[in-house]
Ligand binder design. Structure first.
Ligand code: E4P
Length: 217
């Protein structure tokens, strides 16, 4: 399973990239706003930090303008992945861009039927929003399960990029279901390494090691 980080904070991206665990980055207009930085500039910096896909989202709602925005965004770097919304215009843009060999992430997916359309439009990635689905009284993980089943039924190449993940259990369940990629905020990715018994074990080893009076270095 690939790990993308969902942020436009380049300090966090650098820190995670240094672990060697990071396969890509997802951004959205809200995360760009949060960064307080210029969109093109921050995407260019991120593309220089990670080799994998970096999702940059169009903001237009019509196909023609989406294509013009995508044209500008994909010139930033070879690893830019154009993010388009799951609308008819977004799907049309997806088809046109993927036909030209551009990576496309279809975002704001909230149903398996939407995911089916994205796959038929040739999307490189489909982003079902697990957390926002849960927030609204639906079962976000069931959505991932349904998409996995449908994509496997027809051998679609579109990768399931489980998005809007809020906690480690979401990541665990997505891994069990077989999502191809997860994207999560830096804090959630870091939380995956944590366990109270790991901390307790370390404390015990440190205390006993001190009693030996030895050093390794
Ligand atoms: C995915 O690409 C989105 O940027 C993201 O996962 C949305 O997450 P949120 O629902 O926590 O805002």
């Amino acid at each position: 399973m690939k790990f993308f980080v969902d942020t436009a904070d380049t300090a966090d991206i650098r820190e995670l990239a240094a672990t060697g665990l990071l396969d890509g980055v997802t951004t959205n207009p809200t995360l760009i706003h949060k960064s307080g930085r210029k969109f093109m500039e921050v995407v260019e910096e991120i593309c220089g930090i990670v080799d994998g896909p970096v999702s940059a989202e169009v903001v237009a709602l019509d196909h023609e303008t989406m294509m013009k925005e995508a044209e500008i965004l994909r010139k930033i770097a070879d690893n830019v992945c154009i993010k388009v919304p799951l609308t008819i215009d977004g799907l049309k843009t997806c088809k046109a861009l993927t036909d030209e060999g551009t990576l496309v992430n279809v975002t704001l997916c909230f149903s398996a039927n939407q995911a089916l359309l994205a796959a038929k439009a040739g999307a490189s990635f489909i982003s079902p929003f697990v957390g926002r689905h849960d927030d609204n009284g639906f079962d976000g993980l069931k959505l991932i399960e349904d998409i996995r089943l449908i994509y496997d039924n027809y051998q679609f190449d579109t990768e399931i990029l489980a998005a809007s993940l809020r906690h480690p259990i979401h990541v665990l369940e997505c891994a069990k279901i077989g999502a191809d990629v997860i994207t999560a905020p830096p804090a959630v990715i870091k939380m995956l390494s944590k366990h109270v018994l790991t901390d307790k074990g370390l404390e015990g080893f440190a205390a006993d090691w001190a009693k030996t009076g030895q050093t390794i270095l």
